[in-house]
Write a protein that binds this ligand. Structure first.
Ligand code: ADP
Length: 483
């Protein structure tokens, strides 16, 4: 029996509109990247489906916005409880459709679920402002209103959390939401829609339209003036396309785009801590994270030791299907992604990088790549500028703080940055100098539902999570009153 058969009863496979799964007319395949096995076929959503979802969203938008914040909060809280009760099933589902290990998938249920709990708590704390005007002639009343129907486009690397991080605040704010999940991993969002229905979310407030042709679903929505917001997590390339389309209807936008995170180990770092941090920042999710340490800069006085110890740790990782016991790291999402990692490694090696461990794709079935450490990577290698998105640690040497900070900032991206030092002055100086939306100081994992996640430069616009996250889904309204 396929592992998937154990959980298939919890996962709708049609387009999800008006609180139910509609039988599909045409379908596309979802396969396990670790084995190539077919998991199931999913409805191939169309433009007509997308517009019907928008009709539903518009029909219920004002009623949802008028629902008591306490009631919206209670629904989010119930959805969190059901999700956590189903941790094992949803974790297995993510492992099967995306490839991450079960341990990481369980972690994602906890992390992704937390956005529902956090925003259930924020739903009842949407503030406003009231003041007398300075001239004494009027009063100023400021309120926060839900933006309106939202389109959420999500990627495959965190099939649950990248959706819940948008759905949680949008529902808390009083917005309706249409989700277009990634074609490689549509099932987790469909399972979440089912959970929301069980939690009592009114019909029409949340739709999920899976599909093999993303823009066939999203373009008609973006062109429709009834849609009021697009929130996207994915590549900078697609983000730019969406921003151009959003211009035509002056849509509110939130963009979580690519990264090229520097991870700097200064000569005074605690080496044990830095190695543990590098393992987390590089190998979490098999390196398929926009916050992944893409460029590991190590001071030349400790580089040799750091590189050999990191190679020992990374070389010892057991690669295999994520649901098998004892596996530390799973496959890449698909053939295209594995080939892209292989090409970046080949390019770096041709430029002079030294392979400390790994370096090659592993024969199938499944899209595996050996966990890899490259040392002495020249800064001219493509991977110095481009996101690797795979289990490849690239180590660069440096001699001075000034040089490494300049190198770290020499990128169009600005999502996450990490560094290790025991010098407090340096910690403050470097964290302020790094051009990044998020900085980890002596920490390799920075994501936290209570903190604002977001990038600067071409890594994006806006923040998700924290008390900031809900404002992405609220418009400010000023009412002028006479005295
Ligand atoms: P990746 O390269 O990591 O797959 P993408 O940016 O291509 O990331 O995909 C992220 C999300 O954007 C997915 O849901 C995908 O279907 C969607 N997407 C891809 N291309 C487009 C497009 N042209 N218009 C709208 N959505 C798109």
């Amino acid at each position: 029996m396929l592992e998937y058969d154990r959980i298939s009863g919890l996962i709708p496979t049609g387009v999800w509109i008006d609180g139910r799964s509609e039988p599909a007319t045409t379908t596309f395949e979802v396969r396990n990247p670790a084995t190539g096995e077919l998991l199931t076929e999913v409805a191939d959503g169309t433009a007509a489906d997308a517009l019907r979802a928008l009709d539903s969203a518009c029909r219920v938008q004002s009623a949802w916005a008028a629902t008591a914040p306490r009631e919206r909060s209670a629904i989010l809280r119930r959805a969190w409880e059901i999700l956590i009760d189903r941790t094992e099933e949803i974790a297995l589902l993510m492992t099967l459709e995306m490839g991450k290990t079960l341990a990481e998938a369980r972690g994602e249920v906890a992390y992704g679920g937390e956005f529902l709990r956090w925003f259930s708590e924020e739903a009842v704390r949407i503030g406003g402002r009231y003041t007398d005007s300075p001239a004494g002639t009027g009063r100023i009343l400021v309120t926060q209103r839900p933006v309106g129907p939202v389109l959420a486009i999500t990627p495959w690397n965190f099939p649950l959390a990248m959706g819940s991080r948008k759905i949680g605040p949008a529902l808390a704010a009083g917005c309706t939401v249409i989700v277009k999940p990634a074609e490689d991993t549509p099932l987790t969002m469909l399972a979440l829609a089912q959970i929301f229905a069980e939690a009592g979310l009114p019909e029409g407030v949340l739709s999920v339209i899976p599909g093999s042709d993303a823009s066939a679903i999203t373009a008609p929505l973006l062109a429709d003036p009834r849609l009021r917001k697009v929130t996207f997590t994915g590549s900078t390339r697609v983000g730019k396309l969406l921003l151009k389309q959003a211009a035509d209807t002056v849509l509110r936008t939130s963009m979580e785009l690519g990264g090229n995170a520097p991870f700097i180990v200064f000569e005074d770092a605690d080496l044990e801590q830095a190695l543990a941090g590098a393992m987390a920042a590089k190998m979490r999710n098999g390196g398929e994270a926009c916050t992944a340490a893409n460029r590991i800069y190590v001071h030349n006085s400790i580089r040799e030791e750091f590189a050999s110890r990191l190679a020992e740790k990374i070389g010892a990782l057991r690669v295999g299907p994520g649901h098998e016991p004892g596996v530390d790291t799973g496959p890449l999402i698909n053939e295209r992604q594995r080939n892209s990692v292989a090409a970046l490694v080949e390019d770096a090696v041709a430029a002079g990088a030294v392979v400390r461990t790994g370096g090659k794709a592993i024969d199938g079935p499944g899209w595996f790549f050996q966990p890899t450490v490259l040392d002495e990577v020249p800064r001219t290698a493509r991977m110095h500028r481009e996101e690797i998105f795979g289990p490849v640690a690239a180590i660069y040497g440096f001699d001075s703080e000034e040089d490494v900070v300049a190198a770290a900032n020499d990128t169009e991206y600005g999502l996450a940055a990490y560094f290790y030092t025991r010098d407090l002055d340096r910690a403050l100086r470097v964290s302020s100098a790094l051009e990044a939306g998020m900085v980890g100081v002596n920490r390799g994992v920075i994501s936290d539902p209570a903190a604002p996640f977001g990038g600067v430069k071409q890594s994006g616009l806006g923040s998700e999570g924290g008390s900031e996250g809900i404002h992405e889904y609220l418009d400010t309204k000023y009412v002028a009153l006479t005295r």
